[in-house]
Each structure stands twice: as structure tokens, then as C-alpha cells.
Design a protein around this ligand. Structure first.
Ligand code: ADP
Ligand code: MG
Length: 266
């Protein structure tokens, strides 16, 4: 049986000024599965996600949503595609001046829903999914960091998207709150059949939730496979990252020594 693919990038390349951040990325994101993209800070994970929703356009390569190529779509048509993609940004910014109910209702109203009863039903349903019914009338400032993340997650799925993109969903949370988010990602994937694409440098969360793992390094995919395949990799670079070790160059930089033996500054 062949796997259905919801999103695909083909030979994706992106340069900012002199730095080529994505250097030919090829990836398939399987329908209904959780794909976790791992990589060191600054390796291009957020840049990759932004290409998937058309917030950035590639220099070269293709981005596909189902059978639609989206990287060259005009902004207006991209809007139709974006409606089917939920996005949990790294800074899960809620609107400070709106309570939780209005924050979550916002995407519904923005997309022209006017049936107030239906709006309230949908808001309650997603708040229930993230197990936060009790905060419905509170303001974002009254919530903890973990709760704000969950409200943002509820808002990201209120339009019942086919795909949800998560940018570092557990970063900055303690282990217990991270685990709550992991469990919610699993639950949303299972109960709504959502295709999930999660970027993170949090290995614990990655192993916990991933159906498929991808490791980015210097703008390229250097390893992909199951958790078992990752844990038994013999690729030296991948092994280094997965064991949390620094590369020789990085180590030399931090110690203030350069490869040529000269003393450098941190
Ligand atoms: N809009 C932009 N303009 C210029 N440089 C950018 C832009 N977005 C990202 N970058 C650079 O691209 C690199 C990868 O960034 P990013 O994808 O945010 O990394 P991460 O893997 O930590 O999410 C970084 O060096 C960053 O400074
Ligand atoms: Mg990032």
C-alpha cells in the first residue's frame, strides 16, 4: 500500500544575503502522520516551515500541498491553501486585548463565519480538546506559559486544518508541561487525523511523538527514518547531534582556539 503524501518539498533552496540556509531539501510529509524535523539552532527549521505556508518563497525548488504546487501561487490563492494549514508559531502570540474565547473565535470570524451559535460550539470543542475549558473567559495575561501555548494550539486547529505545523512547541517549557504538549500533539493527530509537521531541537519530545524523524544539518537532510533507525545510526554527524555532542569546530570556537592554532575571541 502506498503512503499518501500531504505535503512535499523538492530540491528547496533559499539564500539570505551570503548565507545559503536551505541547500536542496527533499522531503515528503505523510498524511495523518507526525513528522519531526530535528536540527541545531539556526540550521533552517523555521525557514523550512515558512516555505510550507508560503510566508517565504524559495529561490529554487518546489513546495506542494496535495496536488497543488504552492510556491508560485499568487497571495490570494495561497489564502485558500493557508486555511487548510494550522500554524503554531514559536512565539504563540495571542491577542492580549481579547479573552480566550475571542482569540479562538478570531480565525472563524476572519474566514467569514457569522453563525454565533456555531462559532461558540467550535470554540468550546477545541478548548475541550486541549483540556482548558475553564479559562474560556480569561485574558491571556492571566494564563501561564503552558496554558497560553495550549490556547494557541486550540486556535491553530479551530478551522479543522488538514495539516498543522508546529515550530518548537515545547521550547521554554519544563518537562511536565512539555509532556502535556506532546500528548496534545498526539491526541490532535489521532482524533482529528491531522498531518503534523513538528520542528524542534528537543530530542525527548521528538522520540516521544514522531512517526518519522528527519535531521537537518547545514541546509540538507542528513538522516531520516524511524526512532529505532535514529538511535542506531552510524552516521558520525547525526550521531554527534543525537548524543548532544559538539562538533570539533564548535568546540574549538568555544574554547577560543581556532583550527589554525590562533587564539580567538568568544
Ligand atoms: N528573513 C530572514 N532574513 C535573513 N536571514 C534569515 C531570515 N530568516 C532566517 N534567517 C537566517 O536563516 C538561518 C536559519 O534560521 P531559522 O530557520 O530561524 O533557524 P532554526 O533552525 O533555529 O529555526 C539563521 O542564520 C537566520 O539568521
Ligand atoms: Mg526556529
Amino acid at each position: 500500500m502506498s503512503v499518501q503524501i500531504d505535503m512535499r518539498v523538492v530540491n528547496l533552496r533559499k539564500r539570505f544575503a551570503r548565507r545559503e540556509v536551505l541547500r536542496g531539501v527533499n522531503l515528503d510529509f505523510a498524511s495523518g502522520k507526525i513528522t519531526v524535523v530535528l536540527g541545531a539552532s539556526g540550521c533552517g527549521k523555521s525557514v523550512l516551515l515558512k516555505h510550507l505556508v508560503g510566508l517565504l518563497r524559495p529561490d529554487r525548488g518546489e513546495v506542494w500541498f496535495g496536488s497543488t504546487r504552492i510556491d508560485k501561487l499568487p497571495e490570494r490563492e495561497l489564502g485558500i491553501v493557508r486555511r487548510q494549514i494550522g500554524f503554531l508559531f514559536q512565539q504563540s502570540a495571542l491577542f492580549d486585548s481579547m479573552n480566550v474565547r475571542e482569540n479562538i473565535a478570531f480565525p472563524l470570524r476572519e474566514h467569514g463565519m457569522i453563525d454565533e451559535k456555531l462559532i461558540q460550539e467550535k470554540v468550546k470543542r477545541v478548548l475541550d480538546l486541549v483540556a482548558l475549558d475553564e479559562v474560556i473567559d480569561q485574558m491571556p495575561a492571566e494564563l501561564s506559559g503552558g496554558q497560553r501555548k495550549r490556547v494557541a494550539l486550540a486556535r491553530a486547529v479551530v478551522l479543522e486544518p488538514r495539516v498543522v505545523l508546529y515550530d518548537e512547541p515545547t521550547t521554554g517549557l519544563d518537562p511536565i508541561r512539555s509532556e502535556v504538549i506532546n500528548q496534545l500533539i498526539l491526541k490532535l493527530s489521532q482524533t482529528l487525523g491531522i498531518t503534523s509537521i513538528v520542528v524542534t531541537h528537543d530530542l525527548v519530545s521528538a522520540y516521544r511523538i514522531a512517526d518519522h524523524l528527519v535531521l537537518l544539518h547545514e541546509g540538507k537532510v542528513i538522516l531520516q527514518g524511524s526512532a529505532e533507525e535514529f538511535q542506531s545510526t552510524t552516521d558520525p554527524l547525526a550521531g554527534q547531534f543525537l548524543r548532544g555532542e559538539l562538533g570539533v569546530d564548535e568546540l574549538a570556537r568555544i574554547r577560543g582556539k581556532r583550527e589554525d592554532g590562533a587564539q580567538g575571541q568568544i
